[in-house]
Design a protein around this ligand. Structure first.
Ligand SMILES: N[C@@H](CCC(=O)N[C@@H](CS)C(=O)NCC(=O)O)C(=O)O
Ligand SMILES: *[C@@H]1O[C@H](CO)[C@@H](O)[C@H](O)[C@H]1NC(C)=O
Ligand SMILES: *[C@@H]1O[C@H](CO)[C@@H](O)[C@H](O)[C@H]1NC(C)=O
Length: 227
């Protein structure tokens, strides 16, 4: 009797439509790639809509008037966006240990992401300026290298921090290469970490070809110089 009640109540709580969420992404956006990587790891059933950012369909702007990717329409028709916040939602929704419930661990993951963002800002500054000073960037990379002694960005297993940083780190490696430098040759821990990421099937499934990353960086640089 009790079991029957649970079953009935359970069914009453299911979404009426039974629809799967929709993920809006674009071919080369690193922010959207954070979410692709995570959706691959969490094996979330979803539809994918590839958006041409130069010609956004009205149906997409209806879902997200800000017109940004990644966007994610839940099965309850709620539109979520901002890659870092969206990825936290996905971890919580799908009970992933990539973002454990321990407040200190969560803090460390967010702090690592903050530090990484500072590193990427320095990288973009150096990449865009012809005579960019590598000293500051190299010293940030040394700090990053030192933080990777346990194997991953936050300890000895993959967390949301690794997922969120990976698409941007790929840009950094290629950007250094364009300038004639080899990041992985110099920072051993960074190299080992990156190899661990590159080995995962989930990253391989959403990874961009190096040539496409390079094209994207050069296009970004041209746009920033024009401004
Ligand atoms: N802070 C946002 C940035 C997302 C973003 O800027 N996406 C770009 C593509 S890489 C975009 O949608 N641009 C379209 C536009 O701004 O019109 C996030 O983390 O999701
Ligand atoms: C990177 O970290 C390793 C291990 O902590 C260290 O031995 C190495 O010197 C570091 N490399 C650089 C260039 O800072
Ligand atoms: C920065 O690191 C690169 C290696 O990736 C090295 O070739 C370069 O000489 C370094 N530059 C400075 C200013 O430390």
């Amino acid at each position: 009797m009790q079991l029957l009640l649970y079953l009935l109540l359970g069914i009453a709580c299911l979404p009426i439509t039974g629809a799967v969420p929709t993920f809006y992404t674009s071919a080369t956006c690193p922010y959207a790639q954070r979410t692709s990587f995570l959706l691959n790891i969490l094996v979330v059933p979803h539809n994918t809509v590839l958006i041409d950012l130069k010609d956004k369909p009205a149906s997409f702007l209806e879902v997200n008037p800000h017109g940004k990717v990644p966007s994610f329409k839940t099965d309850q028709n709620e539109c979520l966006y901002e890659s870092l916040l969206l990825n936290e939602y996905l971890c919580e929704m799908y009970s992933s240990n990539l973002l454990p419930s321990n407040p200190i661990v969560r803090f460390k993951i967010r702090l690592a992401q903050n530090n990484f963002e500072t590193l990427m800002k320095t990288f973009f500054k150096v990449f865009v300026a012809e005579d960019g000073d590598l000293n500051e960037l190299n010293s940030s990379l040394s700090t990053f290298n030192d933080s990777l002694t346990s194997g991953y960005i936050c300890g000895d297993c993959l967390t949301l921090a690794d997922v969120n940083c990976a698409p941007f780190f790929h840009r950094l490696i290629i950007g250094y290469k364009v300038k004639g430098y080899d990041v992985l040759g110099k920072w051993k821990n960074v190299k080992d970490w990156w190899e661990r990421i590159e080995e995962t099937t989930e990253w391989k499934n959403c990874r961009l070809e190096d040539d496409r990353v390079e094209e994207g960086l050069i296009r970004m640089k041209e746009m920033m110089i024009k401004k």
